[in-house]
Design a protein around this ligand. Structure first.
Ligand code: BGC
Length: 243
């Protein structure tokens, strides 16, 4: 079965057709920069362009980069405040005519990795952390997802969240070397390791491709590995969620 998977990110909106039985992309991947400002109307237009590019009339699985509850945005996150309280699935359906399953972007990446990738068959607690514009999380116990965790929002200091200290976008903004950034990640993962005692940590998002450039800085007693599908995990998992 083929489904169009779309991964809405803070900087890029990516889509591809996915074989949801194998997790393999059956088309090229298409990336369109996230509109700025990323208002609901502007993002829906980008989704429409992807739909037209793939000539797709079927169901769409969409990973979305904000806290969600039953497809409804709880905050606009790194997109735009107008998303707050919007039912994203209904909104995209109204704008494009397709049916949508909306899932948090990190949950999507986690679903792909636990089903086909780095977390396949792993028992116990597996956590996937995406490092991109924000920090997203997906938590699994024996392969089953506990959705909508927001471990990028654990407090760092003075009421500030870790996302604002250790996301990949912060590395770029503050012009940090990967070594300096890796030291921040070490603090973050040490804390995550302490509060969750996971059996495996998987790194997803754009940074998963560069894992070898910062892994030496993270010294914790839990195995930590990059997502097998790297940044495509979000697209694959979004499609999988709509299966
Ligand atoms: C959002 C998460 C999202 C993460 C990665 C965070 O700012 O709160 O829901 O998963 O960014 O996009």
């Amino acid at each position: 079965m083929i489904i169009l998977g779309i991964d809405v990110g803070g900087t890029g909106i990516k889509g591809a057709l996915v074989d949801v039985e194998t997790g393999i992309l059956t088309s090229n991947r298409r990336r369109i920069p996230t509109p700025s400002p990323a208002t609901p109307e502007a993002v829906a237009e980008t989704i429409q362009k992807l739909k037209q590019h793939f000539k797709w009339e079927g169901t769409v699985g969409c990973g979305f980069p904000t806290p969600l509850k039953h497809g409804k945005c709880l905050t606009g996150g790194n997109l735009h405040e107008d998303w707050k309280d919007l039912k994203v699935d209904e909104f995209f359906q109204q704008k494009t005519g397709n049916k949508y399953t909306i899932v948090n972007d990190a949950d999507a990446a986690g679903l792909a990795e636990v089903t086909f990738g780095a977390g396949k068959g792993v028992k116990g607690t597996v956590i996937l952390i995406t490092l991109g514009t924000g920090i997203g999380s997906a938590l699994f116990l024996d392969g089953k997802l506990l959705p909508n965790t927001e471990f990028g929002h654990v407090l760092h200091k003075n009421g500030a969240i870790f996302e604002k200290y250790a996301a990949d976008s912060v590395r770029v903004e503050e012009n940090l070397s990967r070594k300096q950034w890796g030291k921040r990640l070490h603090k973050y993962f040490k804390h995550i390791n302490l509060i969750l005692s996971p059996d495996l940590i998987i790194i997803g998002g754009g940074s998963s491709k560069k894992f070898n450039k910062f892994e030496a800085q993270i010294n914790i007693d839990t195995e930590i590995i990059p997502a097998k599908a790297e940044n495509d995990a979000g697209i694959i998992g979004a499609a999988l969620a709509a299966k």
